[in-house]
Write a protein that binds this ligand. Structure first.
Ligand code: ADP
Ligand code: ZN
Ligand code: ZN
Length: 752
């Protein structure tokens, strides 16, 4: 008897209820013809209706009654619908991040194209801005308000999605067609991946690489040609030539018939950056971003599959571009938290890129001015190659940095948001007609409480992270649930100035105008930049000199160069330091370094003022000294002491429930299971073994009437955490909570 073969087939990935593979027998005619990823037709359900599915894996074991198992009907013509590598990747993600196979497949496979592409239309402006403005004047006179709204937008933008015009702008189709008849616009169905560079433009001469740059290219390529595929970290300040290195490496890969993926955080996907890639590689490059419709994303994937493009640039999800033979994956600004997915599977692009690279035999290059502790730790351990680029190739001296002790300001009678040093420098800049940036660091702000007189921060005695103030006056630790009432006076110095920090950009703008009447300001924060467009608008207005001072949150520290900015004021460096998670120091260092890098890009040297209540904190001191290595040494010590990543791994188990009590109970039960199951041998191994922290109410305890609880499991060995996750999943499978759901998050980047 010939050996029987069975296939696990996942059917119709759009159906959550069918989230498990179904086993089928491989009929004789198909023996040897099937491989994971292939699209097959299988009989399904009572009526044995034929539906399509993907082969996940093949095996010789039958898990069902061999008499009842159905046969695969055949291979679906028209080729492989999903690359087998994608299926393998999805399976890896499911295992390592804890999600359903369906969720993982949906993440890695391009969504099916919606019928037709008609719904994706654009209004394209045909007239110049002046003519649009005169039409606008006319519509204002005639009180045609809808037309007026549309024309106002058209004055600023050359194209507007049709959906936006009839949606948020509230313009009727008849108004649109009247403008079309008047020749002001054209309605187009458009494909977005046009190359913005005129192809007639001659290719510019490639710059000769600096010695440091050349060394990186040589090493990566010679390893590649020897068949060694590695992960490399390029630690280089902004302007040190990292992008140039990426482009050279991409060029080498293209010569070898390979494709490249370049990940750039969406916020840093500026026109300037894209232009460099387009100029270099012409229409072999494509861009993926969140403004593309599903249909357009699907088209991009098709082009990648068909070999019409070789390079894709985009955020996290560009990682799943179905190129046939990837040679290089670049992750720029590797430390950015946007590389971690916030929905299931909660994957990190860095590790996932390394897995994609493994499947393709590709190399991975990570770049950052302030590498994540994870990447630097791995590099120091020799798991990644490490390169450092120290010089700024664009010239421009590094700025001078002043740290101002806000406790001293208070003691000496200055209660303003602006220190005296900052006031003096602002006044000087205004007088000379130079620009300034005021940066309010609100990231991770979760209501921590500190002392204005001595800088003391209320922390959890068990977890060494800041406690968060809640409405009921309690201070809570979001890791372990520890709580205590807010003290009336500072435990360290007795001062009554112990309080949460509350200041918004709007308040800063008002105070600035009180101090400097007539100052021209622009404000940029979550409120003023609801769309990517408004973000660009504010930045270009500032670049064009339309304001003296730009006030903003962390958004302003990325991307654009402002040569006329000579002063950066960091108003409350402590805000991110007070974030209630263990990455507070790392984030603060990154933000301060980036913000400082905004000053003095032009010919005039820059000044940076860091205002803080904790001038002795190493994250602040090392940022002021622009000393990454020194920061790393101190930070990694803290992580080691407390058992935080990257030294340990952390699995967050989140429990969502409609009932507070039920959620709490399930969280407790799961935590107990996780802690109690067969870890005796752990104590024999060196290291600290397994630790359970919590459960505690989530950082936001309730959203939309769903209560949230979380507990953390720590262990040095990632695979142990995966085992625990599997175990908990099994338990959940048997106890089947009705009103609760559970999500896993490995090495979470945010407080949950
Ligand atoms: P990063 O990505 O590290 O910020 P870039 O690659 O953008 O750095 O380089 C900064 C600037 O220096 C760019 O304007 C780039 O064109 C220029 N540049 C990069 N490498 C060289 C080089 N080898 N010679 C001359 N100019 C260079
Ligand atoms: Zn105090
Ligand atoms: Zn705690």
């Amino acid at each position: 008897m010939t050996k029987e073969q069975y296939a696990d087939v996942i059917v119709d990935i759009s159906h959550e209820k069918l989230d498990r593979p179904f086993q089928y027998r491989v009929p004789e005619k198909l023996l040897g013809a099937l491989a994971p990823g292939m699209c097959v037709a299988v009989p399904f359900g009572k009526g044995n209706r034929l539906i399509n599915g993907y082969v996940l894996s093949l095996s010789g074991d039958c898990r069902f009654d061999p008499g009842k198992i159905k046969d695969i009907a055949g291979i679906v013509k028209g080729g492989v619908a999903a690359q087998d590598k994608m299926i393998l990747l999805a399976d890896w993600m499911r295992r390592n991040y804890g999600s359903t196979m369906i969720q993982a497949l949906k993440t890695v496979l391009p969504a099916k194209k919606t019928v037709g592409r008609l719904e994706h239309k654009y209004l394209v402006r045909l007239l110049g801005r002046e003519e649009i403005l005169s039409l606008l004047g006319e519509s204002i006179r005639k009180k045609q308000t809808a037309k007026e709204r549309l024309l106002r937008e058209l004055a600023e933008r050359e194209e507007i999605p049709y959906g936006e015009a009839v949606g948020s702008l509230g313009v009727s189709p008849s108004t649109i067609s009247s403008l079309e008849k008047a020749g002001a616009i054209r309605v187009e169905s458009q494909r977005l991946f046009r190359n913005p560079v005129k192809l007639t433009r001659p290719k510019t001469q490639l710059p000769a690489l600096s010695a440091g740059q050349q060394q990186i290219v040589d090493q990566v390529i010679s390893d590649f040609d020897k068949g060694e595929r590695g992960t490399y970290l390029v630690h280089g300040i902004t302007g040190s030539g990292k992008t140039e290195v990426y482009m050279q490496l991409i060029g080498e890969m293209l010569k070898r018939g390979r494709q490249a993926i370049v990940l750039i955080p969406e916020i840093a996907l500026t026109y300037q950056t894209l232009l460099r890639f387009f100029t270099r590689f012409g229409d072999r490059v494509s861009v993926l971003n969140s403004t593309l419709s599903l249909g357009e994303k699907y088209d991009q994937c098709e082009r990648a599959k068909n070999g019409e493009i070789d390079v894709i640039i985009g955020p996290r999800s560009a990682l799943f571009t179905p190129f046939p033979n990837i040679g290089l994956i670049v992750i720029d600004e590797e430390h950015e938290s946007s590389y971690k997915s916030e929905s299931s599977p909660k994957y990190h692009a860095r590790e996932t890129a390394i897995e994609v690279a493994r499947l393709h035999g590709a190399s991975v290059v990570l770049g950052s001015a302030t590498p994540s502790l994870e990447a630097y730790y791995r590099a120091r351990k020799g798991e990644y190659g490490l390169f450092t680029l120290k010089e700024r190739l664009t010239g421009g001296a590094l700025p001078q940095i002043h740290t101002v002790d806000l406790r001293k300001e208070l003691k000496e009678g200055n209660r303003s948001i602006f220190s005296r040093k900052l006031q003096t420098l602002l006044a000087g800049g205004l007088e000379r007609g130079e620009q300034s940036i005021l940066f309010l660091n609100r990231r991770g702000y979760a209501g921590f409480v500190s002392c204005r007189a001595c800088g003391y921060v209320m922390k959890c005695p068990h977890c060494d992270v800041s406690l968060s103030e809640h409405k009921n006056g309690l201070l809570i630790c979001h890791y372990c649930g520890f709580q205590r009432p807010k003290p009336a006076g500072c435990p360290q110095c007795g001062s009554k100035y112990i309080m949460g920090f509350r200041a918004g950009t709007q308040q800063i703008e008002e105070k600035l105008k009180e101090l400097f009447p007539g100052v021209r300001t622009l404000r940029m924060d979550g409120d003023t930049t609801k769309t990517k467009d408004s973000y660009e608008k504010i930045l270009s207005a500032f670049a064009a000199g339309e304001a003296d001072v730009l006030i903003g949150t962390q958004m302003i520290v990325k991307g654009h160069d402002f040569p006329r900015v000579t002063l950066v004021g960091i108003l409350a460096a402590d805000l991110s330091l007070g974030a209630a998670d263990y990455r507070a120091g790392e984030r603060t260092f990154q933000l301060l370094t980036q913000a400082a890098g905004r000053a003095g890009r032009g010919t005039i040297p820059g000044q940076v003022v860091i205002q803080t209540y904790q001038p002795e904190h190493y994250a602040i001191q090392r940022a002021a000294a622009q000393d990454y290595e020194g920061f790393y040494q101190e930070e990694i010590l803290y992580r080691e002491l407390m058992g935080y990543p990257p030294v340990c791994h952390m699995l967050a188990v989140q429990i969502f429930s409609r009932e507070e009590e039920g959620g709490k109970k399930l969280a407790g039960q799961l935590a107990q299971w996780a802690g109690g199951l067969g870890w005796e041998q752990d104590s024999k191994e060196k290291g600290m073994g397994l630790r359970i922290i919590g459960p505690a109410p989530g950082a936001i305890g309730r959203i939309n009437d769903i209560f949230r609880f979380v507990f953390y499991v720590k262990h040095e060995n990632y695979d142990k955490l995966v085992q625990i996750k599997d175990l908990l999943e099994e338990k959940l499978e048997t106890c089947r909570p009705l009103r609760e759901s559970v999500q896993f998050d490995f090495d979470p980047v945010n407080v949950l």
